[in-house]
Write a protein that binds this ligand. Structure first.
Ligand SMILES: Cc1cc2nc3c(=O)[nH]c(=O)nc-3n(C[C@H](O)[C@H](O)[C@H](O)COP(=O)(O)OP(=O)(O)OC[C@H]3O[C@@H](n4cnc5c(N)ncnc54)[C@H](O)[C@@H]3O)c2cc1C
Length: 424
């Protein structure tokens, strides 16, 4: 059993429960969750509902949860924000777990301890649900000044904290060449840049702005979107496919690919991505055959725990390869929430001395493929175990030319699971 010594000093005030200083030195098992996004919030609520015997602490650097799904329509002023920012302290108080607003900076897996701000938190079980990090190195090298400038001037809007700045930028765009990059995969929600491109193009058209979107794409795009770009927005979108970015100069506002030098007036730089920094700090990156670390977390695909450490569970966008048959799971909110629930159930079973049977997640993602009139696509991924123990993936795309708010219904279902309510 881990000690609670660290909690008995300091008397840190926590929302949603007593101060650490008042904690009894009980034998309650403690689950620490790092990251209060879709995966972490779902895990916290599930644990609280199904295992009243646990002490649950959510460590999150932000004060409020904000949704990236459905953000593209809001960014272009087409829809109100689907779910206004949700206060973590309130969620913790409502459900009876505890929330510590802090940055987790290190994990000592030997002594089962997380460094969260100035506090060292002992854990019996740990869930890492910290999402992604931006990796500018392939495009900017180690030029710290350029990286800082790109982050500040041309934010991707791929983490919630950047949404307001990006919305202002799009609102103030008065014309010229707006550049948006589509990074090489794996990346968070691959259809999101195309959905955003449609929204931007529609807005340029509706506002009669003399400007265009230069979409510099590491891949070949998605068939349905490519058609929409060509048929409806050929004056608004120039789509450069299979472009390998060699350099970006945020001060001169130029981008170099293998073949072109592109000048831009403004930009949204969506960079290559990897697992959140805390995964690297914990030594949990997947490795190749030669032992070289990759960009994403290594994990046991059947139970979601870290390789060689059954006290640490990994959830959501930070995960690396799930199967040699398809690679990584789709990096969707739906998937993260499902995995949060699975990790919670794994921990509950193990803490009660039961070895859980593998449960596989699923994913569902709604994207607008056109607006005015609206068209939607639902991307559905299902999983099953093969006889040899490998996971098989089936992906289906459903096109819906007459949507009636299915994306909102979907989001409300998950909000209910995470936050106990579906609207403010
Ligand atoms: C524009 C856009 C549109 C999208 N649309 C959809 C959609 O329609 N449907 C869909 O299913 N998915 C969509 N997604 C994808 C979805 O947002 C992600 O898959 C989802 O957020 C992943 O959840 P997560 O819990 O893994 O990570 P996150 O939701 O990113 O949560 C991680 C949390 O961890 C916190 N954190 C990180 N490191 C630390 C640390 N060291 N200490 C403390 N806290 C930390 C972060 O602040 C964050 O709150 C979209 C994404 C984008 C960018």
């Amino acid at each position: 059993m881990t000690t609670r010594r660290d909690f008995l000093v300091g008397g840190l005030a926590l929302a949603g429960g007593r101060a650490f200083g008042q904690l009894p030195g009980s034998a309650r098992q403690r689950v620490v969750i790092v990251g209060g996004g879709w995966g972490g919030l779902t895990a916290a609520r599930r644990l609280r509902l199904a295992a009243p015997e646990f002490d649950i602490i959510l460590v999150e650097r932000e004060a409020a949860f904000r949704s990236l799904p459905l953000s593209n329509a809001w960014l272009l002023g087409r829809e109100p924000e689907a779910l206004p920012p949700q206060d973590y302290a309130l969620a913790a108080r409502t459900f009876g777990y505890r929330y510590l607003q802090a940055e987790a900076t290190g994990i000592d897996r030997q002594s089962r301890r997380v460094q969260a701000g100035p506090q060292a938190l002992d854990y019996d079980w740990l869930i890492l649900a910290a999402g992604i990090r931006y990796d500018y190195a392939p495009w900017l090298g180690d030029d710290a000044r350029a990286i800082e400038a790109v982050r500040r001037l041309y934010p991707a809007g791929y983490v919630a904290g950047e949404l307001d700045v990006l919305r202002r930028k799009l609102d103030e765009f008065k014309g010229g060449d707006l550049l948006m990059t589509v990074p090489p995969g794996p990346s968070r929600c691959p259809p999101a840049p195309y959905e955003r491109a449609v929204m931007i193009a529609a807005s340029l058209k509706a506002r009669n702005i003399k400007g265009r979107l230069l979409l510099v794409d590491a891949g070949g795009g998605m068939q349905r979107f490519n058609r929409v770009f060509a048929e409806r927005y050929k004056d608004q979108i120039q789509h450069l496919t299979h472009a390998t970015i060699k350099a970006i100069d945020p001060f001169a506002r130029t981008l170099a690919t293998e073949f072109d030098e592109i000048r831009f007036d403004d930009a949204i730089i969506i960079p290559p991505q990897g697992a959140a920094d805390i995964v690297r700090q914990a030594g949990l990156l997947e490795t190749d055959a030669a032992g070289k670390p990759g960009a994403w977390a290594g994990f046991d695909p059947l139970h979601l725990h870290a390789v060689g450490d059954e006290r640490v569970f990994l959830v959501g966008d930070l995960l690396g390869r799930a199967s040699p048959l398809f690679g990584a799971y789709p990096k969707s909110a739906h998937m993260a929430a499902r995995q949060g629930r699975i990790a919670a159930d794994e921990i509950i079973a193990r803490a009660r001395g039961v070895m859980p049977a593998p449960t596989l997640p699923d994913s569902e993602c709604y994207v607008h493929t056109a607006v005015d009139p609206a068209e939607m696509m639902r991307i559905e991924a299902r999983y099953r175990l093969r006889g040899d123990g490998l996971i098989v993936q089936t992906v289906r795309q459903h096109e819906d030319p007459q949507p009636r708010g299915e994306d909102l219904d979907w989001a409300r279902g998950l909000y209910r699971e995470m936050l106990g309510r579906s609207s403010p």
